[in-house]
Design a protein around this ligand. Sequence first.
Ligand code: CP
Length: 348
Amino acid sequence: MSKPKAATTTSPKPQTANISTNRIPGSVISVNDLSMEDLNSVLQMAAVLENEDPLVRSKRLAKRRVALLFYESSTRTRTSFELAAKSLGADTALISSQSSSIEKGESLKDTGITLRSLGAECIIMRHLSSGAPYLLEQSTGLPILNGGDGMHEHPSQALLDLRTMLTRLFGAAKATRVNEKTLAGVTVSIVGDIFHSRVARSNALLLPRLGARVVFCGPAPLLPDMAAEIGPGVEIDRDFDRVLDRSQVVMMLRIQAERLAGMRLDLDEYKTRYQLTEERQAAHAPKAPMLHPGPIIRGLELTAGVADNRQSAIAEQVRHGVAIRMALVLRALGAGKTAKKAAKGKRA
Ligand code: CP
């Protein structure tokens, strides 16, 4: 377990998030839908549920209905949300754009209303378009859990990343409680295709609230200068070795080829400057845990050796995803009554 090194630069002032107050109770579309109290409640509940007797746990949401609406492919998010809901005893239904009436042109709004009529009390969704979860929330009145919308946000990923970091840096017992200073002195570098990354955005909004400094690193086409304006506590440094030298946590990102839209990249140059190799890691960040939201592309943003060595937290991230998502689904359904009332009010 690597403890944070002493900060090499002054820690940023902890940030007060612009917390959203107009969400349907239980919805999480952005990390900013969660207050500090909510963050603590999710982290604590994740630990409780993870350690609970599976039979007891499966009674928590027995026969409640949860829909998973996926317009974009996913392995980790979809499976872990589904397993999370099932572990709590809920009935789940998966709707993917390739095998549903979405293919025939049914709109997001009508698909959502249909799922609500089928008894869904919460919709977990992934969509290609930024902001789509807001439309679904508005048109159904149901709590929405955002499993990634375009280039906007992926809040449950940032929460599982947070739990992974806290566990690696401080131990599992201290991964259930956070405040504005929890990550003071910790620099988290996020490296690669920042421009297209909803994971980078959610982490950059969340981590500085806990006192961390976030350093984005990558080439200009994948990391425009304006990315630093996402909020205080976030900066850009394009020198990868220098960034690694000061990082207590390193998060590598995939180049999102599906979103490049004609952008040309010299991959050999990219690898020379930004690939995390074992040599580079040993020389510049020999203790920092290495996170990656997946899917990883071995031989591009990182080498196979880095993906598989002891610094790699990739498998832990996936495991933490189930616990975090159980807590989020429970929270969403726990607010079910209020959410149903809101839905009724909207239909009236
Ligand atoms: N991290 C993540 O969102 O992975 P999937 O696309 O497989 O869900």
